[in-house]
Structure formats: C-alpha cells, structure tokens
Design a protein around this ligand. Structure first.
Ligand SMILES: [Zn+2]
Length: 295
C-alpha cells in the first residue's frame, strides 16, 4: 500500500500478477474503490471498511473480481462492459471462446480468473465527473483494450489512472470487441492530455518519467506487429491460426497456459487483420486473408 495523495491510497504489490491489479482506495465522505481486485496481501487495507462506491475501469476479472464482496457498494461501469460482469457465458464470449471453440481450458477459465458475477448498478460515460467529497475525478473513455475501457483523471492531484493502458508493458487487446484503431486513438488521447503522473493498473504503477516517449513506443508496438503480420501474409500464411502460431504479440513464445495465450494471440491478430482490411491492404475470402496487390 502506498499513500498516493491525501485521501487516496494505492493498493499494489508492485508486481504483475494475475488475476490482480493495482487499485485506488479513496477514503472520503464517500469511500470509493477504483477497481476491486487488489493483490491478496493488500486486502487487509479493506478489512472492515464500508465501501460506498466502486468504479471499475472495465469488466475484466482482474479489475472487478471482488465487486461481489461489497454488496452495499454502488458499482459503476461503462455500459458496454455490463453484460460480461453479469454473465459468465458473456465473459467467455468476450474472450473469444465461441469464435475459437476448441480451447480445452474453457471449462476451467472462469474459476482460473476468479470470476464472480455481480451486476453493475450504474454507468460511466466519457467526461462524467464524479465526487467523493473532497476528491473529484473525470471519466476518460479509453477503448481499444476493451470497448468500454475507461481511465480516470484527477485534475487537482495531477494524475490519471489508466488501468490496462500501461506504457511500460506491451499492449493487449484480446477481446472480440477490442479494436486496434480505438487503441491507437486512446493512446493519442493520453499523449494530448500530457499527464505529469500516470498510474497504471498492473506492475509498477506510478510512472512520472518520460511518459510521452513511453506512450509513443507503446503505440508504435501496434504498428510493428502489423508490419510483422503483413510479412507473414507475404510469406504465405493465410489463416488466423497460421499467423497466430508465430506468437508475434508474445515475442515469439507463448506463456503458460499455452492454449489460453494462443487464443489471445488469435484474437489480437484478427483485430490487426480487421484494421488492415479497413485500410484496404488485406482482403478476406473463406476465412483466409490475402494481401491486396501493391501492398
Ligand atoms: Zn483488462
């Protein structure tokens, strides 16, 4: 735990461990938790505390798995993320298990990510201002990672919480509603905001140095991956599975469990192929992708 600002604690262990994330605990007239899946050892800071409001950056289990543990809290989440926190089936669908149905770990996935169904009570929308009393913050819609992914801007304290946009990690967008163009625009939006302090949802949370150059490199990783996909198409790989086998989003080697990361790679490569189709560089025929001549 780190006292980030007056009234604002950061619940973190400084490591990237799933299914956990860095959370903010705002202790104010209204006690508010920003994301609810802190590392186990940080739960002690929530013990016996009344949480009046939970704000989720998005509906992934590593950001909202403990919503269920605070039945008294008013849970707010972007409307595009509501279905997946209510229904395990919707959650599996969002992660692409219905598009790539042969995954052997499907029956174990929800338990593995500590999924707990808990309906949201209200919505978040871009530009919405929330107050807990002394602390005010603004919702910044940052889609791409998932369609309703949001960050939270704390203007008085001078920081933005960016959840799963982490400029010291690699971009991840393995949902059927992820979108590479949205992801690029969200990173551009953060670049324009020029925050002095960026607080990310995993690993090393508080970033104060070289934020713009780190964000630009993070964005450029998306273009690098796209170049690699174009090369694979040129080399005769035409199906998503053939392209995904190269693990370009995981530096050539899938972490364990392999079948889950292979699924994530399939979805991310598919998202790039959709963008390349929109750009007129690729066409799709019978689930096979081909370069447009001249590309
Ligand atoms: Zn996420």
């Amino acid at each position: 735990m780190e006292q980030l600002f007056r009234n604002i604690k950061l619940l973190t262990n400084g490591k990237y461990t799933l299914p956990y994330c860095n959370c903010l605990l705002i202790e104010d007239e209204v006690n508010c938790l920003v994301d609810s899946s802190p590392p186990e050892e940080e739960l002690i800071h929530l013990k016996g505390k009344t949480i009046d409001m939970i704000i989720n950056s998005h509906g992934h289990s590593d950001h909202c798995s403990r919503n269920y543990a605070f039945p008294e809290a008013h849970v707010l989440l972007h409307p595009e993320e509501h279905e997946r926190v209510e229904s395990g089936e919707a959650y599996l669908h969002a992660y692409g298990f219905n598009h790539f149905p042969d995954n052997p770990l499907r029956p174990f996935y929800l338990e593995g990510v500590q999924y707990h169904s808990r309906a949201a009570d209200g919505i978040l929308s871009d530009g919405q201002v929330l107050s807990t009393g002394k602390i005010e913050f603004e919702v910044v819609h940052l889609p791409g990672h998932s369609i309703g992914h949001c960050g939270f801007l704390f203007p008085k304290e001078g920081f933005i919480f960016t959840a799963d946009i982490h400029p010291e990690m690699k971009p991840f967008y393995a949902m059927v509603d992820s979108d590479v163009d949205d992801f690029i625009l969200s990173i551009e939006k953060l670049l324009q905001l020029q925050p002095d302090i960026l607080v990310a949802g995993h690993g090393n949370a508080v970033i104060t140095k070289n934020i713009s150059s780190k964000l630009a490199a993070y964005r450029d990783e998306l273009f690098l991956r796209e170049e690699k996909i174009l090369k694979l198409l040129k080399a005769g790989k035409h199906t998503i599975e053939e392209i995904a086998a190269e693990a370009i989003c995981f530096d050539g080697k899938f972490p364990e469990p392999r079948s889950i990361f292979f699924l994530h790679e399939c979805i991310m490569d598919w998202k790039h192929l959709q963008r390349l189709e929109r750009l007129g560089k690729v066409v799709c025929e019978d689930d096979k992708y081909y370069l447009v001549p001249g590309t």
